[in-house]
Design a protein around this ligand. Structure first.
Ligand SMILES: NC(=O)c1ccc[n+]([C@@H]2O[C@H](COP(=O)([O-])OP(=O)(O)OC[C@H]3O[C@@H](n4cnc5c(N)ncnc54)[C@H](O)[C@@H]3O)[C@@H](O)[C@H]2O)c1
Ligand SMILES: [Zn+2]
Length: 373
C-alpha cells in the first residue's frame, strides 16, 4: 500500500495498558488491535519461562494459534500446543487430568508456563492447571471473547466444574500477563459478542455512571467492533474489574461481591434452562434488569434506573425478560446457590446508575409472587 496511514490509525494502534495492582502478584493487561506478534517477548519478560504449552480449542486455535506460536518461538521459547474440545463441558476433572498427563509427557517443569488462548472456558481450565501443576507455574491469558477479556481473565479466579455444579473446584492464581488483541473478535459470533457486552454494561451500572453513558452513546459502534469505540470501552471495563479486585482480591470485604450484580437470578435461570440453551451473559442481562426493577420497587433506586439499563441491553441485542418463567424452579435454584448464607442471600441492588450495594433478601423477596413487582 502506498497511502500514508491516517493519523487516527496510529492512535488506535497504541496499546492501552491496565495494571492490576496486587503487590507482588501485579500484572499488566495489554489492550490493542495490533495483532498477536508481540506476545512472545512479553511472555518471556513476564514469566521467565523457557518452555510453554499453548492451550486452546480447535476453532480458536485454527485461526489464531499460528501467530502466537510463531511469536513464542521467535522469543526463544520451546512451544507445544494442546487442544481441548470446545464447550464448558471440557472444564472438568477428567480434562484436567489429561492436561497434567500431556504436561508430563512433554517435559513441562518449573521453568515452564502455560498460555491460554480462547474464551473463559480455556482461561479457567488453564488457570487452574497452572495453579496446581507442580504446586503452581505461571500462566498468561490471551482472551478471545469479550466476556473473557473484561471478566474471566481478570481477578485470578480459576476453576473447573463438578457434575454437582459449576466452578466448585478452583483456586486463586493470578496470570502474569493478559494480552488482548481486539482483532480476534472479528470471528466471534454476534450472540457471544452481545453476551460479553452484558458484563461490560454491568461494570458501568455498578461502578461508573459516565462509562454507562458512553455505552449508551456508542452501543452500535461497539457491536460493530469499531476499534475507536471498542478499545477505550474494553480498557475501562478491565480497569473497573481490576479496581474492584484490587480492593478485595479474595472476596473478603464485600466489594468484590458487587460484581455479582444480576448474577443471583442469572444463575437460577441458567440452572433451570440448562447451560446449553442460554448464554451466561444473556442470563446476566435478564438478572440485571430484574435487580434494577427490584431496586426501584424497594425504594432504593430512583425511578428510571431500570428502563435505562433495559434500553441499552436491548440495543445490544440482549434479552431482558425471563424466557421460561417458573417461580418455583427459580426459587429452588436460588436456594442451592453456593453464594447463599443461611436463608438470606446477599443480593446486589442499585442505588443509581454507577452505584451498587448488597442487601440481605430471601429468594421470595428477590422474586416476589407478582411478576410485575
Ligand atoms: N474466572 C472468572 O472470574 C470468570 C468470570 C466469568 C466467567 N468465567 C467462566 O468463563 C466461561 C465463559 O467464558 P466465554 O463466554 O468466553 O465462553 P467460552 O470460552 O466457552 O467461549 C464461547 C464460545 O466462543 C468460541 N470462541 C472463543 N473465542 C472465539 C473467537 N475469537 N472467534 C470465534 N469463536 C470464539 C469458543 O470456542 C466457544 O464456543 C465459563 O466457564 C465461566 O464460568 C470465569
Ligand atoms: Zn458473569
Amino acid at each position: 500500500m502506498s497511502a500514508r496511514p491516517k493519523k487516527i490509525a496510529r492512535s488506535e494502534a497504541r496499546p492501552r495498558v491496565v495494571r492490576v495492582s496486587l503487590g507482588e502478584r501485579s500484572y499488566p493487561i495489554r489492550i490493542a488491535s495490533d495483532g498477536l506478534g508481540g506476545v512472545g517477548a512479553e511472555v518471556v519478560k513476564r514469566t521467565r519461562a523457557n518452555q510453554v504449552a499453548l492451550i486452546t480449542v480447535p476453532g480458536v486455535g485454527r485461526r489464531y494459534a499460528g501467530p502466537v506460536m510463531r511469536s513464542l518461538r521467535e522469543a526463544g521459547l520451546r512451544v507445544t500446543r494442546i487442544d481441548v474440545p470446545d464447550g464448558d463441558a471440557s472444564k472438568n476433572l477428567a480434562q484436567l487430568a489429561e492436561l497434567y498427563d500431556a504436561f508430563l509427557a512433554r517435559g513441562l517443569d518449573r521453568k515452564s508456563a502455560l498460555v491460554a488462548l480462547g474464551g473463559g472456558m480455556v482461561g479457567d481450565l488453564t488457570g487452574f492447571a497452572a495453579a496446581t501443576y507442580l504446586r503452581g507455574i505461571p500462566f498468561v491469558q490471551i482472551p478471545t471473547t469479550i466476556l473473557s477479556m473484561v471478566d474471566a481473565s481478570i481477578g485470578g479466579k480459576t476453576a473447573v466444574n463438578l457434575p454437582q455444579g459449576k466452578n466448585l473446584i478452583g483456586a486463586f492464581h493470578q496470570p502474569s500477563l493478559v494480552w488482548i488483541d481486539t482483532g480476534t473478535l472479528a470471528s466471534l459470533p454476534r450472540r457471544e459478542r452481545a453476551a460479553g457486552m452484558a458484563e461490560v454494561v454491568k461494570a458501568g451500572a455498578l461502578w461508573d455512571a459516565r462509562f454507562f453513558a458512553r455505552l449508551e452513546r456508542d452501543a452500535e459502534r461497539l457491536m460493530a467492533l469499531e476499534p475507536g469505540a471498542l478499545i477505550p470501552v474494553l480498557e475501562r471495563a478491565c480497569r473497573i474489574k481490576a479496581e474492584v479486585v484490587a480492593q478485595d482480591e479474595r472476596e473478603e470485604t464485600g466489594v468484590r461481591a458487587l460484581l455479582n450484580l444480576g448474577h443471583t437470578l442469572a444463575h437460577a435461570i441458567e440452572k433451570q434452562m440448562g447451560y446449553e440453551e442460554i448464554l451466561h451473559g444473556e442470563a446476566v442481562a435478564i438478572g440485571m434488569v430484574h435487580a434494577a426493577r427490584r431496586s426501584e420497587a424497594l425504594g432504593l433506586a430512583a425511578e428510571g434506573t431500570a428502563p435505562r439499563i433495559e434500553d441499552l441491553l436491548l440495543r445490544l441485542g440482549l434479552p431482558t425478560e425471563i424466557p421460561r418463567y417458573d417461580r418455583r424452579a427459580h426459587l429452588e435454584a436460588m436456594k442451592v446457590d453456593k453464594k447463599k448464607e443461611g436463608r438470606k442471600i446477599h443480593y446486589v441492588v442499585l442505588r443509581r446508575i454507577g452505584e451498587a450495594e448488597t442487601v440481605e433478601l430471601s429468594p421470595a423477596e428477590i422474586l416476589p409472587a407478582r411478576r410485575s413487582a
